[in-house]
Design a binder for this molecule. Structure first.
Ligand SMILES: CC(C)(COP(=O)(O)OP(=O)(O)OC[C@H]1O[C@@H](n2cnc3c(N)ncnc32)[C@H](O)[C@@H]1OP(=O)(O)O)[C@@H](O)C(=O)NCCC(=O)NCCS
Length: 401
């Protein structure tokens, strides 16, 4: 197989859609193509055999909030697919290696992605860095503990046109508080508001509840069981910046007569909802999955971009089989951090994916050490590093890409 790699161009879009469509089981229409690749196409790299595209990867440019409130410019890897008749012959590996080398040449600090399957990307240095929780609750028996407070007065029901002008600012204020949260460009918002019927999973168009400090969008599945209402509410966006907004939005959601269940496929693992309601167990977690994956590329720049809640200094080795191992001295604290190359002996050694998993504070370093993706022979230093990498909010990316 004579494989060649090159940047993809707009002339390749039709073939890229064909390869991706077969891989994901989608028949893309012209409308889909215009929606997905018109206003904000990703930058593609394609793999060809005899001038035919057999594999694709791409990326969007994101700003990701890092612990401490700073921001990192990161490529979000997407549109990864290989034709089923060319699989398990190294096409993806060739694309991944080329893409990371290109990112390194551009001076990118780290790359991120979300994974269709959990077994693919660890080998390429991506570590699962945040988690998403799937929940469902029975609305008919769940009440806010402090439902006497008239918190819902500030909640508004908006139509899509009204929501389009209000949501971006609410989202911007939210994402600046949350490690791992991603920005959305105007083109991204336009795309979300297309809300095409074929992407609703058989449910309604989106409804919008807003509060001065957050919003929830949701879809509805109608169901009447022999005349007994049992509608289902599926939360799509869950963007809540304050305690008041939490209580107010949930007061409205829980008060929606005719609805049997409220479910969400993406809720932060540390969301306070179970503590807001009369029955902790009613907020049933039905799955916890990996969220965003991080692959450090310039590990020094990545580590220096966040802050650390306690002062820490350590020599860290980062094992990178593709771009070369690094030994770095990290000195950080609540006000900032520096991270520079050093010849001093390493006190802790991270695999690439291990550092990616540690970076946003989504996993305890002692857990990573027990898995062997982080090695540190000094238990006191490990405890210190664990504290230093921790965050007061669980990381959450909030934007599917
Ligand atoms: C996932 C996919 C891109 C892999 O492409 P591929 O060209 O067959 O992969 P490669 O031959 O380059 O495999 C590289 C390595 O990944 C492993 N791998 C590939 N697909 C895998 C999968 N689905 N699960 C676990 N490991 C996988 C291979 O075994 C190989 O491992 P090794 O190098 O450690 O021996 C392809 O199967 C595909 O298009 N799947 C459907 C679409 C999809 O899920 N895309 C990912 C979107 S996030």
């Amino acid at each position: 197989m004579d494989l060649e790699l090159r940047p993809g161009t707009t002339d390749d879009h039709a073939e890229i859609l064909r390869v991706d469509g077969v891989a994901f089981g989608d028949h893309f229409t012209e409308q889909d193509a215009e929606d997905a690749l018109g206003a904000q196409p990703p930058q593609f790299t394609v793999a060809t055999v005899a001038d035919q595209i057999v594999g694709v990867t791409g990326h969007y440019d994101f700003t990701m909030t890092v612990p401490g409130g700073g921001a990192l410019q990161v490529p979000g890897v997407t549109w990864v697919s290989v034709s089923p008749v060319h699989r398990r012959r190294g096409v993806l590996r060739a694309l991944m290696d080329r893409q990371v080398r290109d990112f390194a040449a551009l001076g990118v600090p780290a790359a991120i992605l979300t994974a269709s399957e959990g077994g693919i990307y660890g080998r390429f240095g991506y570590g699962p860095a945040s988690s998403v929780r799937k929940t469902v609750l029975d609305r008919r028996v769940t009440r806010l503990v402090q439902s006497g407070q008239k918190t819902s007065g500030e909640v508004q029901v908006l139509n899509a046109e009204q929501a389009r002008s209000v949501l971006p600012e609410l989202h911007r204020r939210w994402r600046e508080q949350v490690p791992g949260a991603l920005n959305r460009t105007e083109a991204w918002w336009d795309h979300l508001f297309l809300d095409r019927e074929q992407h609703r999973g058989g449910m309604s168009a989106k409804f919008y509840l807003t509060h001065p400090e957050g919003y929830v969008s949701y879809r509805v599945k109608e169901q009447w069981n022999d005349g007994i209402a049992a509608l289902q509410c599926r939360i799509v966006d869950y963007v809540i910046s304050s305690t008041d907004a939490h209580a107010a939005l949930w007061q409205v959601l829980l008060g929606m007569d005719l609805f049997e269940s409220i479910e969400s496929h993406q809720i932060p693992v540390d969301d306070p909802l179970p503590f807001l309601v009369n029955d902790f167990r009613q907020v049933r977690t039905t799955a916890v999955n990996d969220g965003v994956w991080v692959r450090p590329i310039d590990a020094a720049a990545t580590l220096a971009a966040r802050t650390y809640p306690v002062e820490v200094e350590a020599v860290i080795e980062v094992v990178d089989p593709l771009l070369g191992d690094r030994r770095l001295v990290l000195a950080g604290g609540p006000d900032g951090a520096s991270c520079r190359p050093t010849d001093r002996p390493a006190q802790a050694s991270f695999s690439l994916a291990g550092l990616g998993s540690a970076y946003l504070g989504g996993h305890r370093l002692s857990t990573l050490a027990r898995a062997g993706v982080l090695r540190c022979d000094d238990p006191r230093l490990l405890s210190r590093l664990e504290l230093a990498f921790s965050t007061d909010r669980a990381p959450f990316y909030g934007t599917a890409f």
